[in-house]
Design a protein around this ligand. Sequence first.
Ligand code: NAP
Ligand code: MG
Length: 397
Amino acid sequence: MKIPMQPIAELDGDEMTRVIWQQIKEQLLLPYVELNTEYYDLGLPHRDETGDQVTLDAAEAIRRLRVGVKCATITPNAQRMEEYKLHSLWKSPNATIRAALDGTVFRTPILTSRIKPYVRGWTKPITIARHAYGDIYQAVEMKVPGPGTAELVFRGEAGEERQEIFRFRGPGVLQGIHNRDDSIESFARACFAYALGRGEDLWFSAKDTISKTYDGTFRAIFQRIYEEEYRTAFEEKGISYFYTLIDDAVARVIRSEGGFVWATKNYDGDVMSDMISTAFGSLAMMTSVLVSPEGNYEFEAAHGTVTRHYYRYLKGEATSTNPVATIFAWSGALGKRGELDGSKELCAFAAKLEKAVLDTIEAGVMTGDLAALCTGEDVKTVDTEGFLRAVRQRLEA
Ligand code: NAP
Ligand code: MG
């Protein structure tokens, strides 16, 4: 008897990950689960055909069904425009969905004893939460041609406020950035709720000693929401929240043993998540979850469509692309579906699938990217299909 389930939104994608997507469903899901999905094809050709409407429809489906799982997708650039003969340079689907759900992205590495993090002390995962709104990502920039005065001007209902920025004696550059209290509040709530769900401490870092008003506002909002809405729940769970300066946080993260959620501003999260994922060993072992303030979840792998492998696959070569993060996107989505509906069976299957993957790697069977990071006589490098077969055997056992 296959396990029944309520529907989730399924967002298909591009290139190598699209190939793996199908294999995962056939090998590891369809034999065991009465897979119930609303399918949205976010492959670039279909995004182009629908004028990117399919991406908006998919975001709406995640909001309605509360859970989605997404395959990696191409973010088109000029070269892709030529390659796929696109009608337009469509925006990144991830950015579109993030904006539609007002979501926060949490990235967590998948640990196995076979792959030692570059930082020896890290024995537990570090989850990075990146505020995906504003700052330099929505900046307005200007080249200053020559001497003159730059001012910050705000025209509001109650009148005008202005402040001098700088008196230029020659050419230079200018940038205006902003953020919104409601976006920072959503971000803070998403972080507190996520840390509570994982039962881990929450750290938040910024630079409020230098940026007293801008970063100071982030710090104050986090503190207020913690006191008003989360302190009691945190104390009951035996976890804590603390704020520290970004440079202090960086030093502490390196000295830590892991096992916490690190909330960061947009740019810090962009940079630090690449550092954290690389230091844990492999981008192919990083999961990514988008959480909206209403508690809607979208699960995906943190890596891209693995284009280089796809071109080899098209030539008929077997590729050793690592499917682990994509499998964990599925298990994360199925587990969340089970949790929301109180389906113990579905939760148990999601946990069993993850265990089968980890046991396979622990037994020395892995794709080339991991084998390269591993020492030991008994490591057996397999291609993607070989890895999925080995996981299947464990699920059957
Ligand atoms: P990528 O697809 O993450 O791949 C970069 C390299 O990392 C690969 O060439 C491969 O290295 C290694 N790698 C990544 N995932 C792997 C896996 N599962 N197994 C084994 N090796 C893996 O990044 P990219 O090449 O910069 O981007 C390709 C496309 O993905 C772009 O069109 C980009 O827009 C898109 N993208 C999408 C998302 C998303 O949807 N979330 C995120 C990032 C990028 P080797 O070639 O050395 O083996
Ligand atoms: Mg980055």
